[in-house]
Design a binder for this molecule. Structure first.
Ligand SMILES: [Fe+2]
Length: 325
């Protein structure tokens, strides 16, 4: 048995996997890497900062996929829980810079903070100092691909002058010991101000660590986030809400929302079982997402640690969603 087979077997066994979803493993396909239309390519991963073989296996598959793509990556969206356990400045090199080597990923990594990036209730007990260390690393190393200009921020890509997509990154760490009441208020004002700003970007996405809707046995839909951001999702043309936190891959469509909800929390931690649902695709397996955006459409692929495409959809500029795989 190869090391990867052994790893996969352990993951399968430990998580009681393959519970639900639109697809079975038998439907998995080779991911599409040939996109003739001009556009931007992103990878997304969450809950990856274990530093162990799981993280390495997903990172290697991401690199293999990026190599096959017929275009460069615009960015990697790093969805939080960036470092499990105690964080020291020395960890950035092995667990970020080397794990995702520039030869494979020659692009910025736009990162957001997860619960494990805070404390004091989580593993390292470092508290907000752990989050601050990640903000400081970005600030002190401007040439690094690690980008975290603030706990909440917005980017327009490929450039503000002629953007294809506007991404608003938010911090949903509303629990005791994480964001302060002042920070929560500042973020709320920031979000409201960003949504009032004019943009010529045809696409608007919200990116954060925490799913607002989820299909996992460990947790349910997040009432606090529905209260905080639900109305904004409904009132604005958000086509994608991208998160991590739940250690699996999901694509949900939820009554009352036009947004596609994607959970990509499978970058390197132990799996969380998924629960059967009529809301869409969900699978407990290590992996990541590929997103291709053009003026006319957004295509999202769900790729597992073995490089198989488990699920894919395309959304048109009119909001029509077609399941491709
Ligand atoms: Fe998390």
């Amino acid at each position: 048995m190869t090391r990867r087979d052994a790893l996969k077997k352990t993951v399968l066994f430990s998580s009681g996997l393959l519970t639900a979803g639109w697809l079975s493993q038998a439907n998995a396909k080779v991911p599409n890497t040939n996109f003739p239309e001009q556009g931007l390519h992103f990878l997304a991963m969450g809950d990856y900062g274990s530093g162990n073989d799981r993280q390495r296996a997903v990172a290697q598959q991401m690199a293999a996929f990026a190599k096959k793509l017929n275009a460069p990556l615009a960015a990697v969206l790093a969805l939080g829980d960036n470092f499990y356990g105690k964080l020291t400045p020395e960890r950035f090199k092995p667990h970020f810079e080397d794990m995702y080597a520039p030869a494979d990923f020659d692009c910025p990594f736009y990162a957001c903070l997860g619960n494990h990036d805070y404390g004091p209730g989580y593993d390292s007990k470092q508290g907000p100092a752990k989050a601050q260390m990640q903000l400081d690393y970005a600030k002190d190393n401007p040439s690094s691909r690690w980008k975290m200009p603030a706990k909440w921020y917005a980017v327009e890509l490929p450039e503000a002058k002629k953007p294809l997509v506007k991404i608003i990154f938010l911090d949903g760490s509303f629990f005791e010991g994480a964001m302060t009441p002042r920070e929560k208020l500042d973020q709320k004002r920031f979000l409201e101000a960003e949504l009032k700003k004019k943009t010529s970007a045809p696409w608007l996405w919200m990116v954060t660590h925490y799913p607002i809707f989820t299909q996992t046995s460990k947790r349910s839909d997040n009432a606090k986030l529905i209260q905080s951001w639900g109305a904004h999702l409904k009132a604005n043309p958000f086509s994608l809400y991208l998160s991590g936190h739940d250690h699996n891959l999901q694509h949900l469509k939820v009554d009352g929302y036009k947004t596609n909800f994607v959970v990509s929390g499978a970058g390197g931690a132990e799996m969380y079982e998924v629960t059967p649902s009529g809301r869409g695709f969900s699978k407990a397996i290590l992996g990541f997402n590929h997103i291709h955006v053009t003026t006319d459409s957004v295509t999202v692929q769900f790729i597992d640690v073995d490089g198989q495409c488990l699920h894919a959809y395309r959304r048109s500029s009119k909001g029509k969603v077609k399941i491709l795989t």
